[in-house]
Design a protein. Structure first.
Length: 107
Protein backbone atom coordinates (compact mmCIF):
# COMPACT_ATOMS: atom_id res chain seq x y z
CA UNK A 1 0.00 0.00 0.00
CA UNK A 2 1.74 3.12 -1.22
CA UNK A 3 0.96 6.49 0.32
CA UNK A 4 0.66 9.56 -1.89
CA UNK A 5 3.63 11.97 -1.77
CA UNK A 6 1.47 14.96 -0.87
CA UNK A 7 0.15 13.11 2.21
CA UNK A 8 3.72 12.42 3.35
CA UNK A 9 4.67 16.08 2.79
CA UNK A 10 1.64 17.22 4.79
CA UNK A 11 2.62 14.85 7.59
CA UNK A 12 6.18 16.27 7.55
CA UNK A 13 4.80 19.83 7.81
CA UNK A 14 2.72 18.94 10.84
CA UNK A 15 5.62 17.06 12.41
CA UNK A 16 7.92 20.08 11.94
CA UNK A 17 5.36 22.41 13.48
CA UNK A 18 4.91 20.14 16.51
CA UNK A 19 8.61 19.56 17.19
CA UNK A 20 9.67 23.09 16.19
CA UNK A 21 12.06 22.04 13.44
CA UNK A 22 12.67 23.37 9.93
CA UNK A 23 10.53 22.00 7.11
CA UNK A 24 13.01 20.91 4.43
CA UNK A 25 11.41 18.38 2.06
CA UNK A 26 14.17 18.60 -0.56
CA UNK A 27 16.94 17.81 1.98
CA UNK A 28 19.04 20.88 1.19
CA UNK A 29 21.98 21.81 3.41
CA UNK A 30 20.71 24.84 5.34
CA UNK A 31 23.18 25.03 8.22
CA UNK A 32 20.50 24.72 10.91
CA UNK A 33 22.65 22.30 12.89
CA UNK A 34 25.37 24.94 13.21
CA UNK A 35 22.93 27.77 13.96
CA UNK A 36 21.17 25.79 16.71
CA UNK A 37 24.42 24.86 18.46
CA UNK A 38 25.32 26.62 21.69
CA UNK A 39 27.67 29.57 21.39
CA UNK A 40 31.31 28.81 22.23
CA UNK A 41 32.40 32.36 23.04
CA UNK A 42 31.37 32.49 26.71
CA UNK A 43 32.94 29.09 27.40
CA UNK A 44 36.23 30.12 25.77
CA UNK A 45 36.26 33.47 27.54
CA UNK A 46 35.70 31.84 30.94
CA UNK A 47 38.62 29.46 30.33
CA UNK A 48 41.22 32.21 30.57
CA UNK A 49 41.55 34.14 33.84
CA UNK A 50 40.56 37.80 33.87
CA UNK A 51 43.43 40.23 33.50
CA UNK A 52 44.11 41.98 36.77
CA UNK A 53 45.89 45.33 36.53
CA UNK A 54 48.58 45.99 33.97
CA UNK A 55 51.47 48.40 34.22
CA UNK A 56 49.75 50.77 31.81
CA UNK A 57 46.59 50.75 33.98
CA UNK A 58 48.63 51.79 37.00
CA UNK A 59 50.28 54.61 35.04
CA UNK A 60 46.90 55.88 33.84
CA UNK A 61 45.31 55.72 37.29
CA UNK A 62 48.25 57.24 39.17
CA UNK A 63 50.04 59.69 36.83
CA UNK A 64 51.72 61.49 39.77
CA UNK A 65 53.74 58.39 40.67
CA UNK A 66 57.17 57.94 39.15
CA UNK A 67 57.26 54.47 37.58
CA UNK A 68 59.90 52.66 35.57
CA UNK A 69 58.77 50.08 33.04
CA UNK A 70 61.84 48.06 32.15
CA UNK A 71 60.21 46.17 29.28
CA UNK A 72 59.01 49.39 27.62
CA UNK A 73 62.43 51.02 28.03
CA UNK A 74 64.11 47.97 26.47
CA UNK A 75 61.66 48.05 23.56
CA UNK A 76 62.27 51.75 22.88
CA UNK A 77 66.03 51.26 23.07
CA UNK A 78 65.83 48.34 20.63
CA UNK A 79 63.84 50.49 18.18
CA UNK A 80 66.45 53.27 18.41
CA UNK A 81 69.24 50.80 17.64
CA UNK A 82 67.35 49.48 14.61
CA UNK A 83 66.71 53.02 13.32
CA UNK A 84 70.39 53.88 13.72
CA UNK A 85 71.24 50.87 11.54
CA UNK A 86 68.63 51.96 8.98
CA UNK A 87 66.45 48.93 9.61
CA UNK A 88 63.56 50.61 11.43
CA UNK A 89 59.95 50.63 10.32
CA UNK A 90 59.17 52.97 7.41
CA UNK A 91 57.22 56.17 8.03
CA UNK A 92 53.49 55.95 7.58
CA UNK A 93 51.99 57.80 4.67
CA UNK A 94 49.52 60.55 5.55
CA UNK A 95 48.08 61.35 2.14
CA UNK A 96 47.69 59.54 -1.15
CA UNK A 97 50.26 61.83 -2.76
CA UNK A 98 52.92 60.82 -0.23
CA UNK A 99 52.23 57.19 -1.02
CA UNK A 100 52.80 57.82 -4.73
CA UNK A 101 56.08 59.62 -3.98
CA UNK A 102 57.29 56.62 -1.97
CA UNK A 103 56.49 54.25 -4.85
CA UNK A 104 58.39 56.42 -7.35
CA UNK A 105 61.44 56.47 -5.07
CA UNK A 106 61.49 52.69 -4.75
CA UNK A 107 61.61 52.15 -8.55
Amino acid sequence: MAVARNRVVDLMKVQCRIFNTIFNPTGERLGNKVLRARLKGPALASYYPRRVATFKDLQNNYPEWQMYNEKEEDRLEHIQVLKAKGKGAPKKKRTAAEGKKQQKRRK
